[in-house]
Design a protein around this ligand. Structure first.
Ligand code: FE2
Ligand code: FE2
Length: 201
């Protein structure tokens, strides 16, 4: 009879059989990350912070559509779509949360931009709260500074527009699936220290 669950109650008591069993379940669980991403995006279309003219899902779809229309590659399109996916569970640090979601699967430049877009976006509004709108300047020597600045200016800060005709979630599903089907943390995808920037338009 095949065991469905591990025998242990404390992790340190598990044997090899237990951990091989978990490994089998983990492969399946990780392969379903794509579906959980879709669930969270769908939730962001129903229940997000009030006050904006559009939902967080529509904000992500607009950002991704702008990336797509600019001829950006799949890493950028999926990155733009998911750059605020952490907003539900980590509203105080959603940028870092969102970056961790994509980090194993896209190149380093995109992960860095998502991780830091919050502080870069402050240039548009921080002065209204008496904060430092140039807080981003502490990263001015970073190789990805200009990319992050361009991401915010061209795709993020513009995408709160109820008139904008974005593509729907179904359009982007195959792209999300492709990215989250990649083997994680492979150099061929991560490409650290490579600066491509946003596509020229
Ligand atoms: Fe954000
Ligand atoms: Fe955003």
């Amino acid at each position: 009879m095949t065991e469905k669950n591990v025998k242990f109650k404390h992790m340190k008591d598990g044997d090899k059989e237990d951990y091989l069993l978990l490994q089998k379940y983990e492969e399946k669980y990780v392969s379903l990350t794509y579906e959980r991403i879709i669930e969270e995006l769908t939730r962001q279309g129903k229940n997000t912070m009030e006050g904006y003219k559009i939902t967080r899902l529509d904000h992500g779809l607009q950002s991704a559509t702008r990336a797509y229309n600019d001829g950006a590659d799949i890493d950028w399109i999926v990155g733009a779509l998911l750059h605020d996916i952490g907003d539900g569970l980590a509203p105080q640090n959603h940028d870092r949360f969102s970056a961790e979601v994509v980090r194993p699967y896209v190149r380093d430049e995109i992960t860095w931009v998502i991780e830091h877009h919050g502080i870069f976006q402050m240039i548009y509004y921080a002065h209204h709260y008496g904060w430092d709108k140039n807080a981003r300047d502490k990263f001015k020597d970073n190789i990805y500074f200009q990319t992050c600045s361009d991401f915010c200016e061209r795709w993020d800060q513009k995408s709160f527009d109820p008139e904008y005709e974005n593509k729907d979630l179904d359009f982007f599903k195959p792209l999300i699936k492709e990215v989250f089907s990649r083997p994680p943390y492979k150099d061929e995808y991560i490409k650290k220290n490579e600066v491509l920037g946003l596509p020229k338009v």
